[in-house]
Design a binder for this molecule. Structure first.
Ligand code: ADP
Ligand code: MG
Length: 207
C-alpha cells in the first residue's frame, strides 16, 4: 500500500529524474518538435515539488488533482495540459483515500489515459505518450490478472513502456507538433512516450 507520504516521495523522485533528463528529452523534441519537452517536464514537476509539503496533508485524490492543476497551469507545451489532465482524472477516480494499492494505481492510469485521449483527440499508434502508456497499462493488467506481485506488475509495466518508446520510432506522427513533419518524423522516438517511461520507472523503483 502507498500512503500520502510515499506519493509525495515518488513525486519528488519524478521531479529529480525530469531534471536529470531535461536535456535528453529536449534533444529528442528538437528532432521532431520544438525542443522544449525536457524544459516543460522539468519546470512542471519543479512547481509540483515546491507545493509538495503543503500537499502531504491532503488525501491522495486531492494530491493528484493538485499535481494535475499545477502541470496544466505552469507548463506551456501541450504535454502540461495532457499530463495534467491525466493526473486530475486519476485523482478524481482515487478520491479521498489515504492509502492506495495496485488496483487503484491501474485504475488511475486507465482514467488518465482516457483523459489524454479525450483532451488530445488522440489514440494509440499516433506516435505520442499514449504509445508508452497504453502498452504499459495492458502489460500490468495482464500480470495482475495472473496473480503477480506488485513489483512484478510494475516491472512489466516499465518494460512495456520502454518497448512502447522503441515502437514509436517507425511511426508517422499524426498528433502534436511532430505531425507537421509527417513522414520525416519516422525513425525518431517520441519525447512524450520517453518521459512517461521515465516517470513509470520512478514509480516502480519506489517498490
Ligand atoms: P509541445 O508539443 O507543445 O511543444 P511538449 O514538447 O512538451 O509540448 O510535448 C510533446 C509531446 O506531447 C509529444 O512527444 C507527444 O508525446 C505529446 N503529445 C502531443 N500532442 C498530443 C496529443 N494530441 N495526444 C497525446 N499526446 C500528445
Ligand atoms: Mg515541444
Amino acid at each position: 500500500m502507498t500512503d500520502q507520504k510515499k506519493v509525495i516521495e515518488i513525486l519528488c523522485a519524478i521531479t529529480k529524474v525530469m531534471e536529470e533528463n531535461k536535456e535528453f528529452l529536449t534533444d529528442l523534441d528538437n528532432v521532431i518538435g520544438d525542443g522544449d519537452h525536457g524544459i516543460n517536464m522539468a519546470r512542471g514537476f519543479a512547481e509540483v515539488e515546491k507545493q509538495a509539503e503543503g500537499l502531504a496533508q491532503k488525501d491522495i485524490g486531492n494530491i493528484l488533482k493538485s499535481v494535475g492543476m499545477t502541470l496544466v497551469s505552469k507548463v506551456g507545451g501541450s504535454s502540461g495540459p495532457l499530463y495534467g489532465t491525466a493526473f486530475m482524472k486519476a485523482g478524481m477516480l482515487i478520491g479521498d483515500k489515504a492509502e492506495i494499492g495496485i488496483e487503484d494505481f491501474l485504475g488511475g492510469l486507465d482514467a488518465g489515459i482516457e483523459g489524454i485521449k479525450a483532451r488530445g483527440k488522440s489514440t494509440a499508434g499516433e506516435k505520442t505518450m499514449l504509445d508508452a502508456m497504453i502498452p504499459a497499462l495492458d502489460a500490468m493488467k495482464e500480470k495482475q490478472a495472473a496473480g503477480a506481485s506488485v513489483k512484478e506488475i510494475l516491472d512489466a509495466g516499465v518494460a512495456a513502456a520502454q518497448a512502447g518508446v522503441e515502437a514509436t520510432k517507425p511511426m508517422v506522427a499524426t498528433k502534436g507538433r511532430a505531425s507537421y513533419l509527417g513522414e520525416r518524423s519516422v525513425g525518431h522516438q517520441d519525447p512524450g512516450a520517453t518521459s512517461f517511461a521515465l516517470l513509470l520507472a520512478e514509480i516502480a523503483k519506489a517498490y
